[in-house]
Design a protein around this ligand. Structure first.
Ligand code: SF4
Length: 252
């Protein structure tokens, strides 16, 4: 498959994430409550290991905004697997840790599917290789919408009775778990989007420390649907081409 090799990361984004968690926990004013995280989620396999790790530290809402997915059928299949995963992980209900501290239930927000939104930003980039400019636009679109939703909840919280609506502290994306995606680019886009909205982007490189391998193990454990293409029709065509080429090589 044609794709652009990522540059080595300039920063260790997973270490930055760990530092933020540690700073929160050491802050006497903050440590009494768990931070609230709005996490853009692309699919169940990528979310599995990320949830397994972050659920220990955050109250999480998954934001399944993915207009890049080529058909509504595929979109619905991926989100139903995501909902099944959080149900079977038993994290869709309120839980308590060993010290009796409440752990929030993980919920899923699903904005309406409209593939035209993605096609509009991908126009002129149909032939870009994976990890090229089209992908950068696609990451930005999904993170912008996530930050928009974070803003929406923040203004609802400001106008609601005390504690009725709680704003988020951070937003992030599961996309950095994929070895096919550059954590450097994703984090740079996330930081820019966060700065534009005045919201805090949580850095990550979830594939580090065995995160990607953990997602494969959890996908097997929960028998998750693992798609063989990223999402859009262009990635689907590239994946089919690669399969056909492999078959021709094997048949020789
Ligand atoms: S290959 Fe993936 S990241 Fe790139 S544009 Fe398509 S769906 Fe988006």
């Amino acid at each position: 498959m044609e794709y652009i090799k990522p540059e080595p990361n300039k920063k260790n984004y997973q270490q930055l994430l760990e530092k933020i968690i540690e700073t929160w926990q050491k802050d006497p004013e903050k440590s009494e409550r768990r931070p609230r995280l709005l996490m853009h989620s692309c699919c169940a396999p990528c979310s599995s290991a990320v949830l397994d790790y972050l659920c220990r530290y955050f109250d999480i809402t998954l934001f399944y905004y993915n207009p890049n997915i080529s058909t509504e059928k595929e979109f619905m299949h991926r989100v139903s697997e995501l909902k099944r995963l959080i149900h079977e992980m038993e994290i869709d209900v309120e839980r308590y840790d060993e010290d009796g501290k409440r752990l929030g239930a993980v919920s899923v927000v699903v904005p309406d599917y409209d593939h035209k939104e993605f096609l509009a930003i991908a126009k002129g980039h149909e032939k870009d290789p994976e990890r090229g400019e089209r992908c950068h636009l696609c990451y930005r679109q999904r993170l912008e919408k996530t930050a928009d939703y974070m803003d929406e909840i923040r203004s609802k919280a400001e106008n609601a009775a005390d504690g009725e609506v709680l704003p988020y502290d951070f937003f992030c994306t599961t996309l950095t778990i994929s070895p096919m995606k550059s954590a450097q680019i994703l984090n740079e886009i996330g930081e820019e989007v966060g700065a534009g909205h005045g919201e805090s982007f949580l850095p990550s490189d979830f594939k580090k420390k065995g995160g990607y391998q953990r997602s494969i193990a959890l996908s097997k454990e929960y028998d998750l649907y693992r798609q063989d293409f990223c999402g859009c029709e262009f990635s689907k065509a590239a994946s089919e081409r690669e399969r056909a080429e492999r078959k021709m090589r094997d048949d020789k």
